[in-house]
Design a protein around this ligand. Structure first.
Ligand SMILES: NC(=O)C1=CN([C@@H]2O[C@H](COP(=O)(O)OP(=O)(O)OC[C@H]3O[C@@H](n4cnc5c(N)ncnc54)[C@H](OP(=O)(O)O)[C@@H]3O)[C@@H](O)[C@H]2O)C=CC1
Ligand SMILES: Nc1nc(=O)c2c([nH]1)NC[C@@H]1CN(c3ccc(C(=O)N[C@@H](CCC(=O)O)C(=O)O)cc3)C=[N+]21
Length: 295
């Protein structure tokens, strides 16, 4: 691994270790519930990883796998039952849901104090107002990785490409909370390469393989690539491989620090989910934020 690579796998492993140590010191075992509707193969892998890692850090894990044809009312009922279960600390509804289900309606049912994905209106409001609450996992992972590379982020110009509710928008608020000067770019942004060249920290959360070119990056900048894109690759047994939004070969020599895909933000998302579950377990019992889990 080159010296300017930010090793998301290693940082995530360290965070999971901190989560495991915290759990060992608690008098309760936190429980994460994952709801998966349908049989999307990428979601199956992702949910399987969550269950594997939650058990590895000493957490209880509950899975609710529902068939693709489950009605919206039944998914809502599943979420309500998990809300009512006092042993469940965190609830994650894997997205996307099948097309006949309104995901906003389902997400709105999640008890905000168990909302480990940080997607409910209450969680978004708490983040926006700077109040304590559960923050979305992927953007939290981006902040942790940027701090890993740069230390204090105060005063840095952070440009985020993407404004989704899951990633771009909460990332903007989290970097603002770190005292960055934040620019949010999107599909209607004029002169995107010029905007990006102003960034000390460039976060790309778009979903377009190799979109961000080497000459979009200021020399020495920290590049955080959130994109997960599967592209054809005849040299692989599977016939495909994962790439980010950033043209890695071009960006790597210019960047001061850069996250690879895979092995960058992805592993951090799951580690932050486990962290959120512990934070939820503590907050629900009025316990203080454990040492070692603050960012
Ligand atoms: N590593 C991880 O843990 C995770 C990775 N991801 C990955 O991150 C990527 C983004 O996910 P998500 O935020 O959910 O995606 P969305 O599709 O919800 O959002 C994409 C954003 O990119 C913007 N965009 C689209 N095309 C362009 C363009 N040509 N130039 C500039 N901006 C553009 C869109 O702008 P507009 O709003 O104007 O349409 C939108 O704001 C995906 O690849 C996804 O797989 C997602 C979650 C977790
Ligand atoms: N409610 C909800 N919350 C999410 O946070 C959520 C979601 N739904 N739906 C899908 C997206 C996507 N996402 C990823 C998480 C980890 C990896 C990850 O671990 N990636 C590995 C590679 C995995 C592989 O090889 O397939 C890596 O980048 O190294 C990827 C993608 C979370 N999402």
């Amino acid at each position: 691994m080159n010296s300017n690579h930010i090793d998301g796998k290693a940082v995530a492993a360290r965070l999971r270790e901190d989560v495991a140590l915290t759990i060992a010191s608690l008098s309760v075992t936190p429980t994460l519930a994952v709801v998966l509707v349908g049989d999307d193969p990428a979601s199956q892998v992702y949910v399987g990883n969550k269950v594997k890692f939650s058990q590895a850090v000493g957490m209880n894990s509950v899975e609710r796998r529902l068939p693709a044809e489950t009605t919206e009312a039944d998914v809502v009922e599943t979420v309500r039952a998990l809300n009512a279960d006092p042993d469940v600390d965190g609830i994650l509804v894997q997205l996307p849901l099948p097309a006949h289900i309104d995901s906003d309606r389902v997400i709105a049912e999640i008890d905000p104090d168990k909302d480990v994905d940080g997607l409910t209106e209450i969680s978004a409001g708490r983040l926006s107002l700077g109040k304590p609450g559960l923050r979305p996992c992927t953007p939290t992972g981006c902040v942790i990785l940027a701090k890993e590379a740069l230390g204090d982020l105060s005063g840095k110009h952070c440009v985020i490409i993407g404004r989704s509710i899951l990633v771009g928008k909460p990332a903007a608020l989290l970097f603002l909370q770190q005292n960055c000067t934040v620019t949010v770019a999107h599909s209607r942004t004029d002169n995107l390469p010029v905007v990006c060249r102003g960034a000390d920290i460039l976060v790309s959360a778009v979903g377009r393989p190799n979109m961000v070119k080497g000459d979009w990056i200021k020399a020495g900048a920290c590049v955080i690539d959130v994109g997960i894109n599967r592209v054809a690759d005849a040299s692989r047994k599977s016939g495909s491989r994962l790439v980010g939004d950033v043209d890695f070969a071009e960006a790597e020599p210019v960047a001061g620090a850069i996250t690879p895909v895979p092995g960058g933000v992805g592993p951090m998302t799951i580690a932050c989910l486990l962290r959120n579950t512990v934070l939820a377990a503590c907050a629900r019992r009025d316990l203080p934020v454990p040492d070692g889990l603050s960012i």
